[in-house]
Design a protein around this ligand. Structure first.
Ligand code: CP
Length: 317
């Protein structure tokens, strides 16, 4: 198992082999979740601090549960309930967490580069849980894990990412992960939110949503990130739905075996119709379940994959 990193800051810097190592390790941890006793002692004695400066449901709780399942102690800090509201800086907050012997800090922040900023200043391992519109590495890893689990491969698949690409860290991390593993990635959305410049990342950009849906093996939908937009990029959410939304009618254009994905939170009736989100081709909640195994794998590997006896395949904790 080769994974010599202390931090997980981006997918861009991972090799294809490192990505596959995370996916294979996550598969072992998924098996742990089927046991009566769902805990392994891999991180016993370690402390994992979650520092979330932006709202989160899925990422925050699955990282916390992942750390607990690995037998780590956990700390949870959110912007609203911390001394950041009294003017303390991110660096000072993180240094104080480290003074409590945190071995890992899982950071979500609105600023691109915030995770790298801490990695350069702290001894603790830093895990990027989403930094502005830059990257969301574990989301891409769990998305890739889900595709591989469902379709048996990544290489050669046509993956359509549909929605607000411009402001999406999920899109950027998915582009890196999928292209490194040999998928063909197509981006689609309003021209203002899916600009042609993205083609330089080795992907196709189109604004013909119907043609893109017909071709896709996987459709990964993204919500409109109003919180990052400083101006209006399309006239209304109703208009967005009418032109780019995955309505029940447009869903009928897709392949019978298509996977419908969404990182969440979903905006029903805007980028996706409820009957599609809750339909038989949707793996949206399986993505959430797989996020736990992937985040266990990431923490385990960042800890040096230490203690083969403590790895998921070990017979007893
Ligand atoms: N997908 C995702 O990052 O969801 P949360 O914002 O709820 O963590």
């Amino acid at each position: 198992m080769s994974w010599a990193r202390r931090h997980l800051l981006s997918i861009e810097e991972l090799s294809p082999e490192e990505i596959v190592t995370v996916l294979d390790t996550a598969a072992s941890f998924k098996e742990v979740a089927t046991r009566t006793i769902k805990k392994v002692p891999a991180l016993r004695g370690k402390t994992v601090a979650s520092l979330f400066m932006e709202p989160s449901t899925r990422t925050r709780v699955s990282f916390e549960l992942a750390a607990k399942r690995l037998s780590a102690d956990t700390l949870s800090i959110t912007a609203q309930a911390s001394s950041l509201t009294k003017g303390e800086s991110l660096k000072d907050t993180a240094k104080n967490i480290e003074a409590l012997n945190a071995d890992f800090v899982v950071l979500r922040h609105s600023a691109a580069g915030a995770a790298r900023f801490l990695a350069e200043r702290l001894e603790a391992g830093i895990v990027n849980a989403g930094d502005g519109a830059h990257e969301h590495p574990t989301q891409a890893l769990l998305d890739t894990f889900t595709i591989r689990e469902k379709l048996g491969r990544i290489e050669g698949l046509d993956v359509l990412i549909l929605g607000d690409i411009l402001f999406s860290r999920v899109a950027r991390s998915n582009i890196w992960a999928l292209t490194k593993l040999g998928a063909r990635v197509t981006l689609c959305g309003p021209a203002t939110l899916a600009p042609l410049e993205f083609a330089k990342l080795g992907v196709r950009v189109t604004h013909d949503v119907e043609a893109a849906l017909r071709q896709a093996d996987v459709v990964n939908l993204l919500r409109i990130q109003h919180e990052r937009q400083r101006k209006t990029y399309f006239p209304s959410t109703g208009e967005y739905n009418a032109i780019f939304g995955l309505t029940a009618e447009r869903f009928r254009l897709t392949k019978p075996e298509v996977l419908i994905m969404h990182p969440g939170p979903i905006n029903r009736g805007v980028e996706i119709a409820s009957e599609v989100a809750d339909g038989p081709r949707s793996v949206i909640l399986e993505q959430v379940s797989n996020g736990l195994a992937v985040r266990m794998a990431v923490l385990f590997l960042l800890n040096g994959a230490r203690g083969a006896d403590r790895a998921p395949g070990a017979s007893s904790p």
